[in-house]
Design a binder for this molecule. Sequence first.
Ligand code: FRU
Length: 501
Amino acid sequence: MAFKTVKSSVEKANRTIKDQWGQANGDPYRPVYHPIAPHGWMNDPNGLIYDKGWYHVFYQWNPYGSGWGNIHWGHMRTKDFASWQHMSTALAPEKSYEKDGCFSGSAVADKGELVLVYTANVFKDGNHPYNDGPLAIQSQAAARSKDGIHFLKEKQNPLIANAPNENALCDFRDPKVWKEGHTWYMVLGWRDGAKAEILQYRSVDLLSWELDSKVLTSDGMLGYMWECPDLFKLNNQRVLMFSPMGVPKYDGRHVSGYIVQSTDFIEEAFKLVDYGPHFYAPQTFEGEDESRIMIGWVPMFQMNSDKHNWCGCLTLPRELKLSDDDELMALPSKKMKLRKTLKYGINHYKLDVDQTINMAGDTVHLCLKVDIKEQQAFRIKLKASEDLCQYTEIVVDPVMKRVILDWSKAGVANEPTQPKRHVVYDFEHINDETKVGFQIFIDKSVVELYGFDGRCVMTAAILSNPENKRIQISSRSKDILIEELRMYQIEPSVNDLCLGE
Ligand code: FRU
């Protein structure tokens, strides 16, 4: 009698990586130096951790398609955010309590082992009361690994089987775990009926958890459910970050924001972490040097992903700081060592009204320092066509005190969730600085903008014609002083397949 080898769900998912390795590369929209799954759909970054010399990046992943579904945890690791090892699939939905997805969660190091704590999802009949999704049973589970690569689900799973009451079993997810002293803490998003809440649990062994407190209860301002909560300290102040669902003022846009604790967390104090149109579900972790690093998801719902065999990527790692007036500042982490070549550089250059600076590139890093004192708006067009009919524009307007990212002329179809096609960062509250630094990363369809020491951050996925590579700087003011301008070309990251089977 012949025996059939039964492959595990992890092996099946790994097979897709082997079979399709490299196939998505070369797609003209696909970023080449951002963290990205080898193929298929990806969403939230999960389990971010620096452990034993490696930065581990896990992520929500569909190995079997470029749309959301079959949610596994993919796994890649790096030492410099420029060379990546793509590891064996970390979590596959194989047990009955998680059969419809291993949803978002976090990682901690415990007794020399890596532990992933995640949401186990099972769909059930019925419609969600506030969106077009189905109902679900969500519980919290964990998996452990000795080598940081192969994970075994805990026998006691699910560890938190039930939400505090029956009001919202379908929204009870995204555990973020950390340790203080001898105690493990977890924050979790859920809703009590129509009210979003962030709960805190505690545990001494990462297995049995008890409800500790409610970190924040919605007064109804910020939607019905807060996904992917994160609670961490900066400058000795607690910062609560989350991604609210269903907030009318954001027109259905995916947004993520934070509240800095003064006495209590107050919903009115919510500010965006990233003002761009395509940024969601960020997670932070402590880097090698105790810096606080954040990575977010760059959603690309507007992409017809069937044609591409991939969809979505992650942002570059950003180091977080808190300003004296409690605004979050995010700048590219110094731990990221992208390989780049200087292509263009000028210093102390006076740009006149009828003059422009012209460059080109679709995998570039632009660094710009400008004196914005008494100026009319100055503009950076990027992803522009040769005839400049199509472009995405960053406008810095010192009179209105606004930075605008406008992609209405990019030549892309309108998106139902982005009716305005421009976003704004208001810098009225920053008045002492006139020499302003900007960094812009362009990676095929992805644009990241960092300005005002990281207070103004915007992420966008602009799926315009890949031939549109022109970059142009201009101003309506006379003699604007460009203190410094550098354009680097960035090499694609190196991606190795390390399934270790
Ligand atoms: C956020 C999110 C999480 C959930 C995961 C499922 O994008 O909806 O709340 O755990 O994605 O993929």
